[in-house]
Design a protein. Structure first.
Length: 290
């Protein structure tokens, strides 16, 4: 018995029309499934290619599995939610993508995060990199670079706040942590000076110069000038060795003695010169070199 509706169409024709309307909403996958697989080999091969192409086209809309609470980079929204709740299980790539997601699309944030990690190797090295180096990575513009540097500045301010209004000798470990965060992740040597008051509290700290991968120029006159302007009673010098080996060179030792002599003529003492590299440090005073 052939059942027809009021328009004169059979039930089978109505079902086919309904399926066709539904297929127009998801054209790629649905249309591929409406047609039965062809019999000849060439057509079968083309049919399979069509289905594979459809799956690739829609894969971004499919739910992605999370492994043991670790959020993939591409899940920008989930990463932000996880950060809000603590975010202790996020990978470096997830954190970078969540930050970049504030000024880029989710897909772009994922690719840029991967490119940054490939170039610099870690979250610490990324945010410590100069803006010019960050912008040399494809996909990183002025906004992305400034956002990453802002994260670095916030991190340094938080660590440095532990030194405020405290004698430096009573928070020596916190000072080493601060110097490590500020200097040891750069790709070139950096030279910093901490100016202390008569109670050994930090008045200010300044990056004096930046150099190359194995050398940084030290200007004794400029350090003495900054010490006078700060009104300090003593100075702690620090610089980085990007190689990771904090052992001082002969140049490091001789330049330190020159700075000590110049400060001494103004009754400003040089408390120490600390070299940091790859989580390690070397104190010239503790090793009897000044």
């Amino acid at each position: 018995m052939l059942v027809r509706n009021s328009g004169g169409h059979s039930l089978a024709e109505c079902v086919k029309q309904t399926d066709a309307a539904s297929a127009r909403q998801k054209p790629c996958i649905s249309q591929a499934r409406l047609k039965s697989p062809p019999r000849d080999r060439v057509s079968q091969f083309r049919y399979k290619l069509q289905e594979v192409s459809c799956l690739e086209q829609w894969q971004d809309d499919l739910p992605k599995p999370h492994r043991r609470g670790v959020v993939p980079y591409g899940e920008g929204i989930d990463a932000i939610a996880t950060l809000a709740s603590g975010g202790s299980d996020l990978r470096d790539g997830s954190i970078i993508a969540a930050v970049l997601n504030q000024c880029s699309s989710r897909r772009k944030s994922r690719h840029v995060a991967e490119a940054l990690l490939s170039r610099f190797g870690s979250l610490q090295r990324i945010i410590a990199a100069p803006i010019s180096e960050l912008k040399s990575v494809e996909g990183v513009g002025p906004n992305e670079a400034m956002l990453l540097k802002a994260v670095h500045m916030v991190a340094l301010r938080i660590i440095r706040s532990r030194l405020e209004d405290k004698p430096i000798l009573s928070c020596w470990e916190q000072m080493l942590e601060y110097l490590h965060a500020a200097l040891s992740h750069g790709s070139v040597e950096s030279f910093k000076a901490l100016f202390l008051d008569s109670k050994n509290r930090v008045l200010s700290d300044e990056v004096q110069t930046r150099g190359t991968v194995n050398h940084v120029p030290v200007y004794v006159r400029e350090i003495v000038k900054r010490a006078l302007l700060s009104g300090c009673s003593s100075v702690i010098l620090a610089h980085s060795h990007p190689s990771g080996d904090p052992k001082p060179s002969e140049t490091d030792i001789s330049s330190t003695l020159m700075i000590k002599a110049a400060l001494g003529t103004l009754e400003i003492s040089l408390q120490d010169h600390i070299i940091v590299g790859n989580g390690r440090y070397y104190s010239l005073r503790q090793n009897g070199l000044i």
